[in-house]
Design a protein around this ligand. Sequence first.
Ligand SMILES: Cc1cc2nc3c(=O)[nH]c(=O)nc-3n(C[C@H](O)[C@H](O)[C@H](O)COP(=O)(O)OP(=O)(O)OC[C@H]3O[C@@H](n4cnc5c(N)ncnc54)[C@H](O)[C@@H]3O)c2cc1C
Length: 417
Amino acid sequence: MIGTLRKEAGRSIVVGGGVSGLLAALRLAQKGQTVELYESRERLGGLIETRVLRHGLAEDAAHSLRASAAVRGLFAELGLDWVSAKPEARAKFLIRNGRLRKWPFGVFETLSALFHATLAPAGNRDAHLAEWAKRHLGGAAPAMRAMARGIYGSEPEELVARLAFPKIAPDPLWPLLPWVLRTKREKGIVAAAARKGMGDLIRALENKARTCGVAFHLGVPVPRDLVDPILRGSDTKSNLILTAPPDACARLVASADEDLGNRLEAVPYGALTCVTALIDAKAFAHPPVGTGALSMDRGDSRILGILYNSSSFAGRVLDEQVARSLTLMLRGAEPPTRAELCAILAASFDLPESALLEYAIAAHPRALPRYGLPLEAAWNHCRRFCAAHPGLVFFGNWTGEISLRGLIETARNFSTP
Ligand SMILES: Cc1cc2nc3c(=O)[nH]c(=O)nc-3n(C[C@H](O)[C@H](O)[C@H](O)COP(=O)(O)OP(=O)(O)OC[C@H]3O[C@@H](n4cnc5c(N)ncnc54)[C@H](O)[C@@H]3O)c2cc1C
């Protein structure tokens, strides 16, 4: 979150109806503000959408989140029916040299990681994640490729370590181990998902926000005569919360500050395609057990990772005796053909073509922001602009929090003075 709210303002205009916009709108309405939310599309949820197929659910983007105390608190407040990860979903795998390997690493890699984490001195402040991991994790460095792909859908060379992982790669860059030992972690956090899919989280947020008086305007652009007076500083009675992606924010603020508009426009994004495959349960020699597998392999393969949905959470398929659910995370936004999908399933799980019962594809040309130097430059411009424009706030998966958990926790700041 960047910027500050005007405490004396009675009204808030929220732009964007993804999870960030809904969270902001809800918290501001609970604080007693009159809130209007503008979403350019006809539906709420942004990246998040759950499709109901014949054999089970397919998520367009987020499949689950970490259920910290704040997340569990929100679920309880919304009355959201959620499930925690099945006990057998604990195992995580890495795809290395085309083969599954159980996480974590072997003895050599663990010792090498300990050695580097304890002794490696500070490196380049702006080191990308691959370089940082080599210095601080030694033989276990390839794990960061899997993390970068799993969280950001990016390669570690595309992320700056201290921006993408501020808790473990802080600035200034000290050896890793003291930071890891000093970082306080909430214990007992499990992975969680809405029982009927993440679309239910969106519906629950919308319902709660409506109950609290939020007015929704879907499929219409936010009127310029609401935005411009706040940006010019002539409307001091309203807050403006921009939760749309940076290129959309650029178009709103460019008339007030062209340079800021250019910086926001220049924020790089990665493209991702999420394919959920419902597979004949009887076709597996050994059904996949665990959370999923992230790929550490460099090279031409489009596969960034595979989520074992039905092994992770109850309710992902209608009947586990009939179908199992997997989600393939693929690099790029080119939808794969059925033949390509079948080839991936055959190579990864030895499945025949007939095993693929149905599938859903969600291609995101602009899936997630890359946490690198252009994004930091945009933040710095946003901060300067917001300092001169109290009441203006930027909040979304590009302002410092990319996960749903992070967004939910940060959104609490909207209700505190
Ligand atoms: C494939 C994939 C898998 C993911 N998996 C996970 C996961 O498992 N767990 C997790 O925690 N996170 C996950 N994420 C990340 C998470 O889903 C996103 O970070 C989060 O949903 C972003 O929400 P948002 O509201 O910030 O942005 P968005 O969802 O992008 O919402 C922005 C909204 O603004 C609207 N908008 C744009 N321009 C305008 C305008 N001019 N006026 C009004 N409205 C506008 C858009 O239509 C959109 O509705 C995943 C993301 C992807 C892509």
